[in-house]
Design a protein around this ligand. Structure first.
Ligand code: ADP
Length: 367
């Protein structure tokens, strides 16, 4: 178990590619932290620097208070699980799990005890004599995790461990890794490009873009209070809708005008946005905060928007309406009783108490 600290960490690859810029991060003992962001944003590089598989160009990394910049991977007492499992094909499951301990000259009885314990935790006791090729993807990934568990490391590092699994198995393994974290109470750092994995697994999420950490917070805070437009658009599915427009003010009334529609702001949102009257801004609204007007008979007429339906996706429990205001596209998550068709006009209600606003120049959140 360990606290992991990154202090002003940079990774500059040959050719002057800065893959990680000034990363600062404090991961608490027993915490499950997920690094998430689009491909190429520097999350694997960050993880590999913690593991010792990449040199740190500038800055420091500490594990349990000890600076590890110059400590080789094998002496950092952490275990890494990779996307491609990296199992030895000619060895049985048992030997794949035992191998690292054998190399470290652990007594046979201790190795056996640890392998059997890990196999029990992961439900792979019946496959211990099999070779990896006789296992499914999910079972192979369990063996890879088992190989990490037997070492009882200070921290577990996961690099996209579920990417090679089919959708159903990914959901199952996601829950299993969360359960494992609960049981082992180890520090875990988990890299994924999948925002759903980040939301469902992390105690805290680190959102990265172009080598820069954008925001570090709990899943709910990231979802409800994104620091900028990038985070707002990256976390959430279907993604947040964005509307370009400006803030208008008449007397005490504050509104957002898109061009084709104008919606009133109220309460704290109006108070804050009044200061931006006349400015161009981007308004963000999540699909679940847009509903059909027919479902909201009491809606304030000043929050109603007309649009053309472009696509209707029946999800079973709800309907995703993809619509266009004449200027902006947006998605609404509405009740499954919705009977709108492509080409229909729809009146929707924007819940403006849930709206986000972002600056035109750098996308920072304005609320
Ligand atoms: P992610 O894990 O978020 O997909 P990476 O950490 O793998 O991103 O890569 C971050 C950036 O660093 C990318 O632009 C990638 O092309 C670059 N990069 C990764 N490894 C190397 C390398 N060995 N040499 C040069 N550039 C690299």
């Amino acid at each position: 178990m360990a606290k992991v600290v990154l202090e002003n960490v940079y990774k500059i690859y040959p050719g002057d590619v800065t893959a990680v810029h000034d990363a600062n991060l404090e991961i608490q003992d027993q915490e499950f932290v997920v690094l998430v962001g689009p491909s190429g944003c520097g999350k694997s590089t960050t993880l590999r620097m913690v593991a010792g598989l990449e040199d740190i160009s500038k800055g420091s990394i500490y594990i349990d208070g000890k600076k590890v910049n110059d400590i080789p991977p094998k002496d950092r007492d952490i275990a890494m699980v990779f996307q491609n499992y990296a199992l030895y094909p000619h060895m049985s499951v048992y030997n794949n799990m035992a191998f690292g301990l054998k190399l470290r000259k652990y007594p046979k009885a201790e190795i056996h005890k640890r392998v059997m314990e890990a196999a029990e935790i992961l439900g792979i006791t019946d496959y211990l004599e099999r070779k990896p090729k006789a296992l499914s993807g999910g079972q192979r990934q369990r063996v890879a995790v088992g190989r990490a568990i037997v070492r009882k490391p200070k921290a577990f590092l996961f690099d996209e461990p579920l990417s090679n699994l089919d959708a159903k198995m990914r959901v199952q393994m996601r829950a299993e890794i969360s359960k494992l974290h609960n049981r082992l109470k180890s520090t875990m750092i988990y890299v994924t490009h999948d925002q759903i994995e980040a939301m469902t697994m992390g105690d805290r999420i680190v959102v990265m873009k172009d080598g820069w950490i954008q925001q570090v917070d709990t899943p709910l805070n990231i979802y409800n209070k994104p620091a900028n437009q990038f985070v707002a658009g990256f976390i959430g599915s279907p993604p947040m809708n964005f509307f370009k427009g400006k803030i208008v003010r008449e007397g005490n009334a504050v509104a957002f005008a898109e061009g084709r529609f104008t919606v009133a702001l109220a309460g704290a949102v109006a108070d804050k946005m009044a200061a931006h009257a006349g400015q161009a801004v981007t308004m963000g609204l999540r699909p679940e905060h847009i509903d059909e007007r027919s479902a909201r008979p009491d809606a304030n007429p000043a929050s109603v928007v007309q649009a053309q339906v472009e696509v209707v996706e029946m999800m079973g429990s709800e309907v995703y309406l993809y619509a266009n205001t004449g200027q902006s596209n947006f998605t609404a998550r509405v009740d499954s009783s919705c009977r709108k068709q492509i080409g229909d006009t729809v009146e929707v209600v924007f819940d403006m108490s849930k709206a986000h606003f972002f600056a035109e120049d750098d996308g920072r959140a304005l609320l």
